[in-house]
Design a protein around this ligand. Structure first.
Ligand SMILES: *Cc1c(COP(=O)(O)O)cnc(C)c1O
Length: 423
């Protein structure tokens, strides 16, 4: 595996970008070494600047459910950009995309397009506060909702529920308004809701957690959250930025038949272009400007090129066989489990549809605390071993591996074969 050119490019990039990258995980900090510079992608394969090719399981962190450079998306983007890439005025296609989304996720009665998942989550927090007149919010430890200040908050020490800043620059005052609960612990959540009920504006949750590695919600976890929030007039937000259109043509909410008040989308609905959306109950969404007092805006919101990509992706996805993708991912995970067993490497593989994480621990992973049992040094070894054999995994133990409809049985077999080494 040649890395000379990537190394050189990284060195040069580091003169202009902090850590040489434009988003931290790309810097390979958790696995060591220096990042690959990617030149192009096609289907399930990416090629770097040194001419190496890799089977890709990052897939732009889940945005590319049809694979790299999907022909339908490329065609739609080309056609759109020829007619002008941005107007700062409404276009017909925005409503077309909204219709598709509203039909697939009926809780979204009104929506607004934005340019990233972070913008969507940042906006729903402001909206929930504006709608309820309350200040506090609840998030779950290990869930990631983008980098807005109120959500860059982590659990305090011990039994403290009030969060502490998850980043320098987030003020203590702000983080105190974010209450942090462990994922999958409904009794803890119930206590927090009862203690602060009248002060809580909203609860935000990844209905399938995918940012501490994949962690599935226990049966009834989401249903109980729905019941408690409804009872106390708390806005329930499902952050479906990853899960939206990932497991079927809709959200986790439509699979589990739970109706959140607001939903955030991103990644898949942008088809690999900068995009996001938030939406939900009409009475709440009507609080957004220009109808209501909660301000939110964007120069590139509903961007015609991103909207065209979104329409193209959803148009193709509508007829895709999610069950087959699910099956292929299950077989891949089974094959990996057999390899690790054979080599005596203790792992726990959590899978939801076409997302999974190999945790290097023998214990079940059900929340952030148990995720942290994983041996990150082992993961780093596994990552490099796979990369050297042409398989690109996420450069962190606490991320999901993403399959796409462009991954094949052959890709899966290649991946299983590559995992045939003790780590
Ligand atoms: C990626 C992600 C976000 C943030 O989206 P960006 O487009 O990176 O700002 C928010 N929530 C979840 C669940 C995500 O996975």
């Amino acid at each position: 595996m040649k890395v000379e050119r990537s190394r050189k490019l990284y060195k040069e990039a580091s003169r202009y970008f902090p850590g040489g990258v434009n988003s931290p995980v790309r810097a390979f900090g958790s696995v060591g070494g220096t990042p690959l510079f990617i030149k192009k992608g096609l289907g399930s394969t990416i090629y770097d600047e040194d001419g190496n090719r890799y089977l890709d399981y990052v897939m732009s962190w889940g945005a590319l459910i049809l694979g790299h450079a999907a022909p339908e998306v490329v065609k739609a983007v080309e056609a759109a950009v020829k007619n002008g890439s941005s107007f700062g005025a409404p276009t017909k296609a925005e409503t077309e995309l909204a219709k598709v989304i509203a039909q697939a996720i009926p809780s979204i009665q009104r929506m607004r397009f934005v340019s990233s998942g972070t913008e969507a989550t940042m906006s729903v927090i402001r909206l929930s506060r504006g709608f309820t007149g309350r200040n506090k919010i609840i998030k779950f430890d290990g869930c990631y909702h983008g980098h807005c200040d109120s959500l860059l908050v982590k659990a305090g020490s011990g039994a403290a529920t009030q969060g502490i800043p998850g980043s320098a620059g987030v003020t203590k005052d702000l983080s105190r308004d974010t209450l942090v609960c462990p994922y999958n612990d409904i009794e803890y959540f119930r206590k927090v809701v009862l203690k602060y009920a009248e002060e809580i504006a909203c609860v935000i949750v990844e209905p399938v957690a995918a940012n501490m590695g994949v962690v599935l919600p226990h049966e009834d976890f989401l249903g109980e959250i729905r019941k408690l929030t409804a009872k106390h007039g708390i806005v329930l937000i499902f952050d479906e930025v990853i899960s939206g259109f990932r497991f079927h043509f809709g959200g986790v909410q439509t699979l589990q038949k739970i109706r959140p008040d607001l939903t955030c989308l991103g990644k898949i609905i942008g088809g690999g272009l900068p995009s996001g959306a938030y939406g939900g109950r009409k009475d709440i969404m009507d609080c957004v400007a220009p109808l209501g007092p909660v301000y939110q805006a964007g120069t590139l919101s509903g961007n015609p090129v991103a909207v065209a990509a979104g329409l193209a992706v959803l148009g193709v996805l509508k007829n895709k066989d999610y069950a087959a993708l699910d099956q292929m991912t299950a077989e891949l995970c089974l094959g990996l489990t057999e390899q690790f067993d054979r080599n005596g490497v203790p792992v726990t593989i959590n899978r939801a549809g076409s997302l999974f994480t190999v945790f290097f621990t023998s214990k079940p992973v059900t929340d952030f605390k148990s995720a942290k049992n994983a041996d990150t040094a082992k993961y780093a070894k596994y990552f490099w071993s796979m990369l050297r054999q042409g398989v690109n995994l996420p450069p962190s133990q606490f991320e999901a591996q993403f399959l796409s409809f462009s991954h094949s049985e052959r890709d899966a077999r290649k991946t299983i074969n590559a995992a045939d080494r003790p780590v």
